[in-house]
Ligand binder design. Sequence first.
Ligand SMILES: Nc1ncnc2c1ncn2[C@@H]1O[C@H](COP(=O)(O)OP(=O)(O)OP(=O)(O)O)[C@@H](O)[C@H]1O
Ligand SMILES: [Mg+2]
Length: 255
Amino acid sequence: MSAISFKKLSKSFGAVQALQDINIEITEGEFIALIGPSGCGKTTVLRHIIDLETPTSGEVLVGGKPPDEIRREHKMGTVFQRPALVPSKTVLENVQLTLDITGVTGPLSPKEILTNFGLGQFLHHYPHQLSGGMQQRVNIAAAMVHNPPFLMMDEPFSALDEMTREYMCEFVGEVLIKDPKTVVLVTHSMDEAVMLADRIIVLAPRPGRIEKTVHVDFARPRRRSLKTDPAFGDKVLEVRRELYGVEEDAEEEAA
Ligand SMILES: Nc1ncnc2c1ncn2[C@@H]1O[C@H](COP(=O)(O)OP(=O)(O)OP(=O)(O)O)[C@@H](O)[C@H]1O
Ligand SMILES: [Mg+2]
């Protein structure tokens, strides 16, 4: 059984067909990156998985069940572009909040997970006292502390500077080796997709559809030094060709 399965899913918002005939089978523990031009439907794909959209036709199943069941069972962690932290709560309280809301406890306490995430010295700080990268680490800790089998991330690193982003990619990759999950990451960054994913799905716009799939089989853990390996460059080039093919087609259509 697939961990996440899209079967002939289409989605329209009024006259806009956001997604057309999406078929995806994701295996348990697999890391998928969704990449494609702005407006091609990446976020809409993710929102179906976390039960924020219902398909116009077709279906999506998560763990063999409708997404609302998975949400009610608190099996889903989500990370968005901006950290969703409560400003009046400390780092520790923000992570504890996930456990209070879900009523689920994971193998690690909030203090332990934050220490593992390199934030042991900042437990009693407030979000505004942290850098953007540190805030996003707290956010990811809050999304993972109840140990959900599914993790959905929508451009989680895009507000960060490049060095912090590279560090975060390495960091998330390592966390997932210790604690595997089925992950879907929406990203605009080809480097990030190649660093993290087992499989990159390239979407094309108007209507949003799957254009190509690129497999990435570099051994893990993947360190920043991988970027200097010519094979890494070749893989990014492969993604770039698919992606720019999609964008050029879209530009020709629009002309
Ligand atoms: N709630 C909504 N109501 C109307 N149209 C919507 C809604 N959500 C998305 N759309 C439309 O669906 C299409 C896909 O949007 P989506 O946000 O999924 O794109 P995206 O690939 O995530 O883009 P970006 O890279 O800019 O984040 C766009 O044309 C968008 O305008
Ligand atoms: Mg989006």
